[in-house]
Design a protein around this ligand. Structure first.
Ligand code: NAD
Ligand code: MG
Length: 399
């Protein structure tokens, strides 16, 4: 067997990052952790470094990096500790790295993900926000650099698995009629409209099927997660928004489907556990053990499907509007959502206020064409400023 592949994990202390390390730990002959990156949780990174022995650890916050440096030196480990976004970009482009897990949450993941793509790496994309923001720019860089962009998001990974043999994201696959993304419906799938205003961050983060970071948990509760995923699918699989459908499937067992022109519907099924798509993407085109058991269909007994409720969950429609508008609109949508979700988590905005803020920001900032990364970053900054201004300090109020 050849030497183990070097893996860099951006966002190693998060939900996806930790699941990635669990899969890697099962395959020491195949995979080797070359670099770990996180924001500020230095203790968790030090523990990971002790176990996986990467060459470099990058923390964004300088004080956290100093703590990690001291702790690793005290342990007698040779791991270098670096600090800041540029160091993260340097770590992913290093020749010792073949595969980059992009699992930072939110827009902060854009520059390191782009750096990995430009360096022609295999990029495992969990950080959907970076693709939604930069859209065609990122996909063009994938083509130019000959990078492999493999989706980790369970729906897109399911679709990838249902595509013709040898297919890689970035082009439309022959014979595909439409894509069907499944949605669990989130924790408020059956909650009455009038109760949604007063739900708490703790309730929103208690997802019935998936254990995830707080931001994506809130996105799942508003259905904005599915909206971002519609945009993500249009870019990865080169189809218009009108050919990406969404169906609510509470059991979260069918992870998504591809409808072919001949009437065939191909689906990928599995337990709702991110180690499956992570292992699939790490080993592709081979298959390896992920630590996840196969489904017991007898125990599942039935699979239900229903239409999403756009009246209670307007965010999905807002994302479709942004997808159709194109240009800077998805970046504006994403930035307004990040600001509004943080305000909700901080209890400065109520749950239904999230979609209201995004709607107003989209109305006020017209979509303009995206030619360069600066166009994306400017739209992101303008949307953040406007969303912040709309959210009053008083809980739930909109300016
Ligand atoms: P999380 O909150 O659990 O972890 C986020 C990670 O990003 C942490 O390691 C944190 O240190 C790091 N981070 C945060 N801000 C940063 C910054 N400014 N610079 C550098 N690093 C920073 O999030 P998660 O649930 O693991 O999700 C990560 C990404 O994967 C998100 O884009 C999410 O949408 C996507 N995703 C997650 C799941 C899931 O099951 N958790 C499923 C599909 C997609
Ligand atoms: Mg998903």
């Amino acid at each position: 067997m050849s030497a183990p592949r070097g893996i860099a994990i951006l966002g190693s202390t998060g939900s996806i990052g930790r699941s990635t390390l669990e899969v890697i730990a099962l395959h020491p002959q195949r995979f080797r952790v070359a670099a770990l990156g996180a924001n500020s949780s230095w203790q968790a990174v030090v523990e990971q470094a002790q176990r996986f022995r990467p060459e470099v650890v990058v923390l964004i916050e300088p004080a956290a990096a100093a703590q990690a440096r001291g702790a690793l030196a005290a342990l007698g480990l040779p791991t270098r500790v670096e600090c800041g976004v540029e160091a993260l970009q340097g770590a992913v482009t290093d020749p010792s790295v073949q595969v980059v897990m992009a699992a930072i949450v939110g827009a902060a993941g854009l520059l390191p993900t782009l750096a990995a793509v430009r360096a022609g790496k295999r990029v495992l994309l969990a950080n959907k926000e970076s693709l939604v923001m930069s859209g065609h720019l990122l996909m063009e860089e994938v083509r130019r650099a000959g990078a492999q962009l493999i989706p980790i998001d369970s729906e897109h990974n399911a679709i990838f698995q249902c595509m013709p043999a040898g297919y890689l994201p970035g082009a439309a696959a022959a014979g595909v009629d439409k894509l069907i993304l499944t949605a669990s419906g989130g924790p408020f799938r059956t909650t009455a409209a009038e109760l949604l205003e007063s739900v708490t961050p703790a309730q929103a983060c208690a997802h019935p099927k998936w254990k995830m970071g707080r931001k994506i948990s809130v996105d799942s509760a508003t259905l904005m997660n599915k909206g971002l995923e519609v945009i993500e699918a249009t870019l990865l699989f080169a189809l218009p928004e009108s050919r990406v459908e969404v169906v609510v499937h509470p059991q979260s067992v069918v992870h998504s489907l591809v409808a072919y022109a001949d009437g065939s519907l191909l689906a990928q099924l599995g337990a709702p556990d991110m180690r499956t798509p992570i292992a699939q993407a790490l080993a592709w085109p081979e298959r390896v053990v992920s630590g996840v058991q196969s489904l017991d269909l007898g125990q599942i007994a039935r699979l239900d499907f229903e239409e999403p409720d756009h009246a209670r969950f307007p965010s999905l429609g807002l994302a479709r509007t942004a997808a159709r508008a194109g240009g800077t609109a998805p970046a504006v949508l994403n930035a307004a959502n990040e600001v509004a979700v943080q305000a909700f988590l901080d209890r400065r905005l109520n749950f239904t206020g999230i979609a209201a803020v995004i709607e107003r920001v989209l109305e006020r900032l017209d979509a303009t064409p995206v030619k360069t990364l600066d166009d994306v970053l400017a739209a992101d900054a303008a949307a953040r400023r406007l969303a912040s201004a709309l959210i009053q300090p008083a809980r739930g109020a909109l300016a």
